[in-house]
Ligand binder design. Structure first.
Ligand code: NAD
Ligand code: DAU
Length: 332
């Protein structure tokens, strides 16, 4: 693992992984990113120039992807359209990037023998009842709900088919909801933090009973690196840190951290088809690869995240009005 190509490396989780890999390996990294609205050059600032190169390009464009893959021994595939709400407004970029992009990468990897790690989501498994004692495992059947999760489910199936039919050397991980620095303010936690910092109120879809299984993005990065180092080819690993919280609990925590009354939020129109609960059983990753999350205190992690958004207002402020207008137009 000397030369790693990181697709989507200017996005939230990809950029955090690039910083993590620079600190924890000797590898040289190339970021391939289309620099969509979700990307941030600032998130890659301060990295050593002799270790990290940024290429602006589309993962669904074979003319860009083929020579890049040929020049690397490992690919970590983060590039995606990632926001469920956007996929309900316009699914088309989700199909192109998440499906055609993954296909394009797989074909390049098939030709070169490069090792691929495909980064996916727990949403491929659909949702659980609030009182279901079961959690998602590597054996859970696929049952995606939204255009986003269906496109990610399709990309997982493509990777498995290329492993079985063509002997591509790939692994897959399905992770739960990430939080931490550089997350776009369209997403739940940064939206609510920046709403309060901007003088407004958090906006809760429906009653706020929906549960997400939160993991700090740094723990996601350490898990992906561990899978790259020791994961078995063809295997899938679920990544989670036992962080189940209802959206209502998260909003109340954010308000508490920011010194506001815990009921100072608004209920807004619910997301169509809104998945009720996600929960990850990451026993396989922990037992087989010895991985453990480091950020096990969600309250402390949230306090640091709130501080990060307070300190980076110049980064998120220019996008805030447009993000909120788009939500307001949908009653959210
Ligand atoms: P993000 O939207 O913040 O970043 C995605 C990045 O991909 C952006 O930099 C964007 O410019 C880039 N990109 C989009 N289309 C591209 C294309 N056609 N070619 C090249 N680059 C392109 O997303 P994120 O939250 O960082 O998620 C990264 C990956 O992790 C995704 O594959 C997502 O499905 C997966 N994932 C996310 C979470 C989460 O909680 N956010 C959890 C589990 C898995
Ligand atoms: O589970 C992993 C997935 O987590 C990733 O695959 C996705 O890329 C990532 O976006 C995330 O999907 P969610 O739909 O769970 O995340 P989001 O931040 O959009 O919403 C989290 C929860 O908060 C969800 O139940 C919807 C709710 N919500 C969201 C927003 C933006 C609100 O109540 N209010 C809001 O304003």
């Amino acid at each position: 693992m000397q030369r790693i190509l990181v697709t989507g490396g200017a996005g939230f989780i990809g950029s955090n992984f690039v910083h993590h890999a620079v600190s924890h390996t000797d590898a040289r990294l190339t970021v391939l990113d289309k620099m969509t609205y979700a990307a941030s050059r600032d998130a890659l600032a301060g990295l050593p120039e002799d270790r990290v190169t940024v290429v602006v390009g589309d993962v669904a464009d074979a003319a860009t992807v083929d020579p890049l893959v040929a020049a690397h021994d490992t690919v970590v595939h983060y590039a995606a359209e990632s926001h469920n709400d956007n996929s309900l407004s316009d699914p088309s970029p989700f199909i192109r990037t998440n499906l055609v992009g993954t296909f394009t990468l797989l074909e390049a990897v098939r030709r070169t023998g490069c090792r691929l790690h495909h980064v996916s989501t727990d949403e491929v498994y659909g949702d659980l009842e609030l009182d279901d004692p079961e959690r998602f495992t590597e054996e859970t059947a696929y049952r995606p709900s939204s255009p986003y999760s269906a496109s990610k489910a399709g990309s997982d199936h493509l990777v498995r088919a290329w492993v079985r039919s063509f002997g591509v050397r790939a692994t897959i991980s399905n992770c739960s909801n990430n939080y931490g620095p550089w997350q776009h303010i369209e997403k739940f936690i940064p939206r609510q933090i920046t709403n309060v910092l901007a003088g407004g109120r958090p906006k809760l879809y429906g009653a706020g009973a929906n549960v997400r299984d939160w993991i700090h993005t740094e723990d996601h990065s350490s898990a992906v690196l561990r899978i790259l180092e020791a994961g078995r080819i063809g295997e899938t690993y679920l990544i989670g840190a036992d962080g189940e919280r209802s959206n209502l609990e998260v909003v109340r925590l954010i308000l508490r951290v920011l010194g506001r009354a815990e009921d100072d939020f608004e209920h807004v129109t619910d997301r169509p088809g809104h998945d009720l609960r996600y929960a990850i059983d990451s026993t396989k990753l922990r037992k087989e690869l010895g991985w453990e999350p480091m950020f096990d205190d969600f309250e402390a992690g949230m306090a640091r995240t709130v501080e990060w958004y307070r300190d980076h207002e110049t980064w998120w402020r220019p996008a805030k009005e447009a993000v909120e207008s788009a939500y307001a137009a949908k009653g959210q």
